[in-house]
Ligand binder design. Structure first.
Ligand code: SF4
Ligand code: SF4
Length: 181
């Protein structure tokens, strides 16, 4: 198992057993570091990956004509890069937003209607706390590593089927690059 896979919770594997549509039109943000890790992983496993990433307002995995993430393995029905998948995929069903007024990073949980597992987590305080701790680490690292323009584009994306479960001060380096200091 990859070094990159340390500190994960049981929740890390739940998504790989889920038949939901989270990998369709997902567009998980990719930092430069994550792209390097993914390329190395794809090469080492000889997974066909001619054009694995797209860069528009920010970088994310390419997708097919059905908007399914190119890293999704249709044969197995699982993520082909599960061990090193992007931070937002690792954190799911927890997501984030940045509040520019309060200078906080806010944590959200998907609603049960779009993620049955989120409902299970919500009713189990210990499991939610354990997963939230890992999700926060993953997402905090992501927002520290992303370029400011990428981050601005990402936080403009609406995630209506979620609700806030907490917030933390933005890391100083993120506040600085976003021009909030
Ligand atoms: S976030 Fe929820 S719905 Fe999406 S793949 Fe994971 S468990 Fe399934
Ligand atoms: S990287 Fe993997 S988990 Fe994330 S959207 Fe693509 S196939 Fe799904």
């Amino acid at each position: 198992m990859s070094e990159d896979n340390k500190g994960v919770t049981y929740s890390f594997d739940v998504c790989s057993q889920c038949n939901s549509v989270c990998c369709r039109d997902a567009r998980p943000p990719l930092s430069k570091r994550r792209k390097k890790i993914l390329k190395k992983y794809l090469n080492s496993r000889k997974i066909d990956s001619k054009e694995p990433f797209v860069k528009e307002k920010y970088s994310y995995p390419a997708f097919d004509e059905d908007f399914l993430c190119t890293l999704f393995d249709k044969k197995t029905g699982k993520c082909s890069v599960h061990a090193v998948k992007p931070e937002t995929c690792r954190a799911g069903p927890v997501t984030f937003d940045i509040n520019f007024r309060t200078k906080k990073v806010e944590w959200f949980l998907k609603k049960e209607g779009i993620c049955a597992y989120a409902g299970v987590l919500f009713r189990d305080n210990d499991a939610l706390s354990a997963h939230l701790e890992v999700a926060k680490k993953e997402l905090t690292r992501l927002i520290c590593e992303l370029d400011a323009d990428d981050l601005r584009a990402i936080v403009k994306i609406d995630e209506p089927a979620t609700f806030k479960i907490g917030d933390d001060d933005l890391p100083l380096e993120v506040a600085k690059k976003m021009g909030l200091t």
